[in-house]
Design a protein around this ligand. Structure first.
Ligand SMILES: [Zn+2]
Length: 502
């Protein structure tokens, strides 16, 4: 029962204070309160806080604690830091709450904050977005930590050797920056070259509530656009459904993004999709007659507003528990979408495809194996995957033959509403692209970097012949969104009774 070395004691951590640059601890006998050990209950299941076992666990912690405490203390004891860091600013929209301390070697330990799932050991920290202030020309070594997430009751990390961060001087033009990953400590180190006195650091190119407001302003008066409020979040924010195309189209597609607040890729896909749909409405009006797209662009608005990582403001994972109706008090964001779906189905407009857009470190299409109708479901999803490969740069593939994730958006919508649905994870770091050209195909061997962007150049991966790797960015995700217009057009060709005449 050895604790993971980096599951340090949060109460001890919180008890460390620096006053006039010197550490001051007022921790006291924290072991007397078992609520001080919220992160160690999970391996055993159930509520251990008042149990005898909890007291034993607490005692074990104090046997094992000195190493962890010493590590924390050594971070906090540097009273004359060598680091050029002046300040880490998290005062702006969607910034990730962090605290930090100076290390003895001039590094700055930046501690993320977890958000937690209710009635569960699950917790998540992975959203990174803050501004570093230090003299221009200096280098700030940041050591990012507290990535000890718990998913589905198991420890997991949202970062790896492949993780890249994004840096920007103005918050608009972003460049990728590599990191060093320490697997044992589950930490990311980045040496930040201060090209200006203030640099934004982010996990992904941010997409905030204000970005959605700007999109809505831009498209509200375009033909074929309908923006409807379908409900409100826990904290009362409006939940939008943006519909594009003809309401009497024979086919309907549902797209949701930002169930998990840190995963911004889906919003850039949606921007690319909408731009192409609106351009096509003028150029190729016949395309719009085949399908209408319905987009829930920011499902977890509260989490985005608060700079959180995964759960909503009542500790609910909006990509779980889709096997049964959502509790409107705990997950009004899902309840609103369910009510919308039921209205659509009652009106004879059952979506023929639904996609939940996410980001992770693998970038696969997640296909579950439902109890009922798995063969029909997988047939449709294989068709979707092959069209993604044809019309976009997507090459990551789908989950394996034994993959199952009951309660996720994909399986839940199929089981309850007979809507073929999937979770599409967008690779948060690099994408592999074949050296080819075409709309939505991404960078090519001849033209590895999109014009007008300030991105890291693609690099050839010799292990994959004829393939390039490029850091995933908003421009690539926009290209995928543009390609989805063709994916949907072909997906609904010659399928079923609503067949459209070309
Ligand atoms: Zn996700």
């Amino acid at each position: 029962m050895t604790p993971h070395p980096i599951y340090y004691h949060p109460q001890t951590y919180n008890a460390m204070r620096l006053t006039n640059g010197k550490p001051l601890s007022f921790g006291g006998p924290v072991a007397q309160r078992c609520t001080a050990f919220p992160t160690i209950g999970w391996p055993f299941g159930g509520d251990l806080r008042r149990s005898r076992l909890c007291r034993l666990v607490a005692a074990a912690w104090f046997v094992l604690l000195p190493g962890a405490a010493a590590a924390v203390e050594s971070e906090a004891q540097a009273t004359a830091p060598e680091s050029p860091l002046i300040y880490i600013d998290t005062s702006f929209e969607n910034a990730s709450p962090v605290d930090w301390s100076f290390g003895e070697s001039g590094e700055v330990f930046v501690n993320l904050m977890y958000d937690h799932q209710r009635s569960s050991p699950n917790r998540a920290a992975g959203h990174i977005f803050f501004a570093v202030e230090a003299p221009a020309g200096s280098t700030v070594r940041l050591v990012l930590q507290r990535f000890d997430n718990v998913w589905n009751g198991k420890p997991g990390s949202p970062v790896s050797e492949r993780t890249v961060l994004r840096v920007s001087e103005d918050g608009k033009r972003w460049s990728a920056v590599g990191t060093q990953y320490d697997k044992t400590a589950n930490r990311l180190t980045v040496d930040l070259s201060m090209t200006a006195g203030r640099l934004f650091v982010a996990r992904l190119e941010p997409y905030r509530l204000s970005d959605l407001d700007e999109l809505k302003r831009r498209i509200a008066n375009c033909p074929g656009v309908r923006i409807e409020t379908i409900g409100r979040t826990v904290e009362g924010r409006e939940l939008e459904m943006i519909s594009i195309g003809r309401a009497d189209a024979p086919h309907h597609v549902l797209i949701r993004a930002r169930a998990h607040p840190w995963e911004t890729g889906g919003n850039w896909v949606i921007e690319g999709l909408i731009d192409r749909l609106l351009a096509d409405a003028a150029e190729h009006p016949n395309r719009q007659s085949r399908y209408q797209v319905h987009i829930m662009p920011l499902a977890n608005k509260d989490g985005v507003a608060r700079g959180r990582t995964r759960f909503n403001s009542r500790g609910y994972d909006l990509n779980r528990q889709w096997g049964a109706p959502a509790d409107p008090a705990l997950a009004p964001e899902n309840a609103a979408l369910e009510a919308w779906l039921q209205r659509m189905i009652a009106a004879g407009k059952r979506p023929g495809l639904a996609i939940d857009l996410h980001n992770d470190e693998q970038g696969k299409l997640h296909l579950s194996r439902p109890d009922e109708g798995a063969e029909a479901y997988l047939g449709l999803m294989n068709r979707f995957e092959s069209l993604l490969r044809k019309h976009t740069w997507f090459r990551e593939g789908s989950t394996g033959a034994t993959f199952r994730n009951p309660g996720s958006f994909g399986e839940g919508l199929w089981a309850r509403y007979q809507v073929p649905a999937c979770v599409l994870e967008l690779n948060a770091n690099h994408i592999s692209v074949e050296a080819q050209s075409g709309r939505g195909a991404g960078p090519t061997a001849e033209k590895p970097v999109s014009e007008g962007t300030n991105r890291s150049p693609a690099r050839t991966d010799s292990s994959k012949n004829n393939r390039l790797e490029r850091t995933a960015d908003a421009e690539l995700w926009r290209q995928m969104g543009a390609g989805l217009v063709d994916v949907f057009f072909d997906f609904f060709a010659d399928t079923g009774e609503n067949r459209d005449s070309r």
